[in-house]
Write a protein that binds this ligand. Structure first.
Ligand code: M6R
Length: 588
């Protein structure tokens, strides 16, 4: 989590950094700050609160070199003091950091013992003090060695940027297990946590290697691995997928992204057939296939289990990335791990992949952000091509993941893909056409304390996904349930007026789910049926278009996203940036 950005070049740094921070804010939004250097003077402003609060403060920051940060608190509360940048005791070095230092307690004690004074509770401030020690008295040609000594003293994950009046227009950068990419212009460099923050200026990007450091001036970048090996710095063009539809507009990003799903699914299904066949071959050869993900991407892994079993008779074991240890012991050189991630930067997923790779597994990434850490760690990858997803709640990336996973399953089966992008896109459009009635319908749940989402078979992971949307967007406790499990406990919670969303498309799960709905209705539940068939059971019916087979999950999740969105709107929740969350979860 946390977004960092720097600038060294001919233009005033403050405007570029502020604009970049706004685009990075999805990574964390507890506090924000900026440091800008003007010759020998460095000024820092920082505040608890949203990036917008900085707007009035940064006007006075003059200079052409600067760094900035948007925070998602890990160590230390949300206070002005804990906001970044942090400075060394003499105020001559400023740093911004994304990640978590695991040896912060020991280092802090050591540094305090040597007379350093800390002004925050963060682990990040340590970097400023370690750099202060390492940079003391070094000549220009010794700078790299000093930076390498610094990173070798740090344990954990980090991407940091540092500036100092002692270094002129140089920005120091380092990364280990947290992302860092540099926007490259002939006369300026913009290091940042992701490309979205500098795309306005350039689509030439240098993706820093993991465990490497870099020194950049407006006209040059030099980089080295932590062991001192110099690196060949080769910028690449950022793929068009990233440029995509990123932009403001007058609705929330989340709603815009929900509405983009017809396009997202169509594009997701326009894949390179040869690549999918190659991956299918690897899957067929593997002894065991795992699908690893977190949050929504884990729900895609759960749906994948049904898809691969149903389409290709292949057993895929879904694994929660943060719980991978349970499975790691079984992973070996015959295993294949499908790592599913929108961002490709989720720390738990990267960790699971690292462990699996070390045990000899083949890694296949299903990812939305091209050139993400995950893509670069994997043996092969498929881009789901959903375009930038800015709302913290995953929406179009989920449907695009499902489309790609189904297509891959058909390749494993060696059968033509029985899924047409145009058709699925228009089925989703049919659901989107009901946006108005869904908006009116959620009046009935907006004041509720709990909501239950119930489904069977592959509709069960969709119920889990709908519940996650309701929790993170509307802040309502929501529980996704396997319909058959209700009578094993949860039914005790159903009483007069309890809202239940019943996922009940007319497939082989239909009749049993309907009976489970009856059981809840008999206990007074208020049933909102999502189905292509009407029934007296439903107090409210959201009509699904008639779907076939594996089209269904991509279509039935859309009303759930809309319900969560409009409930959140009625409750006045912060939709694009829900409290306590961040888009890219880069801490374990
Ligand atoms: O970028 P990833 O797909 O790896 O992210 C995984 C989760 O952090 C993410 O899906 C999260 O649960 C979303 N907020 C869900 O809407």
């Amino acid at each position: 989590m946390c977004g960092i950005i720097g600038y060294t070049g001919p233009l005033p740094a403050n405007g570029i950094l502020l604009d970049g921070l706004k685009r990075l804010e999805y990574r964390g939004y507890d506090s924000a700050g900026m440091a800008v250097m003007d010759g020998s003077r460095m000024k820092v402003v920082k505040r608890a609160g949203r990036v917008g609060l900085l707007e009035d403060l940064v006007g006075g920051l003059m200079g052409h070199v600067g760094i900035a940060h948007t925070r998602w608190a890990t160590h230390g509360g949300v206070t002005d003091a804990n906001a970044h940048p942090h400075t060394s005791c003499d105020g001559m070095i400023a740093i911004v950091h994304n990640g978590i230092l695991e040896n912060s307690e020991e280092l802090r004690e050591e540094l305090i013992g040597r007379g350093h004074r800390f002004t925050s509770e963060t682990d990040s401030e340590i970097i400023a003090h370690v750099l202060e020690e390492e940079l003391k008295g070094v000549e220009k040609e010794e700078l790299v060695a000093a930076l390498l000594r610094t990173v070798r003293r740090l344990e954990g994950s980090f991407a940091f940027l540092a500036i100092s009046p002692l270094l002129g227009d140089v920005i120091l950068a380092a990364r280990k297990d947290s992302p860092m990419v540099v926007g490259v212009l002939p006369d300026a460099k913009i290091p940042a946590s992701d490309v979205l923050s500098f795309l306005k200026w350039t689509d030439d990007a240098y993706f820093m290697e993991n465990e490497s450091v870099a020194l950049m001036t407006p006209v040059d970048i030099e980089a080295w691995l932590f062991d001192g090996t110099p690196l060949d710095v080769r910028p690449v063009k950022v793929a068009v997928e990233v440029k995509g539809e990123y932009g403001g507009g007058d609705v929330h990003h989340t709603l815009k992204e929900i509405r983009e799903q017809p396009m997202a699914v169509r594009r997701a299904l326009e894949q390179d057939g040869e690549l999918l066949s190659e991956l299918a071959g690897l899957m067929r050869e593997a002894d065991r296939v795992y699908a690893v993900g977190a949050g929504t991407s884990y729900h895609a892994a759960l749906v994948a289990r049904y898809m691969f079993a149903g389409i290709a008779g292949l057993e895929v074991q879904p694994v929660l990335a943060s719980e991978h240890r349970l499975f790691s012991g079984w992973i070996g050189d015959g295993s294949l791990v499908m790592a599913i991630s929108q961002s490709g930067e989720t720390a738990d997923v990267l960790e699971a992949v690292r462990v699996a790779k070390a045990r000899g597994a083949k890694i296949v990434a299903i990812v939305n952000m091209p050139r993400s850490s995950l893509e670069r760690m994997s043996h092969a990858s498929v881009n789901i091509r959903a375009g930038p997803e800015v709302g913290v709640a995953a929406t179009k990336s989920f449907t695009a993941q499902l489309a790609v996973l189904a297509a891959l399953a058909y390749h494993v089966a060696g059968r033509p893909i029985d899924l047409d992008g145009e058709r699925v896109g228009s089925l989703i459009e049919d659901v989107l056409a009901q946006e108005g009635s869904i908006e009116r319908m959620v009046e009935g749940i907006k004041d509720g304390r709990d909501v239950y989402l119930v489904g069977r078979g592959m509709h069960y992971p969709i119920a889990l996904e709908g519940a996650l949307k309701m929790k993170e967007l509307a802040y309502i406790h929501a529980e996704g349930m396997a319909a058959g499990e209700l009578k094993h406990g949860t039914l005790a919670l159903i009483e007069g007026g309890t809202p239940v969303i019943l996922l009940n498309p007319s497939d082989d799960t239909y009749k049993e789910t309907l009976s489970n709905g009856e059981e809840m209705k008999a206990r007074g539940a208020f049933i909102m049926g999502i189905s292509d068939r009407s029934s007296d059971l439903y107090d409210v019916h959201i009509e699904l278009p008639r779907t076939r087979g594996y089209e269904t999950p991509m279509v039935e999740v859309v009303p759930l996203q809309l319900m969560a969105y409009y409930t959140a709107l009625l409750r006045g929740a912060e939709i694009d940036k829900p409290r306590n969350l961040a888009k890219s979860v880069t801490v374990k």
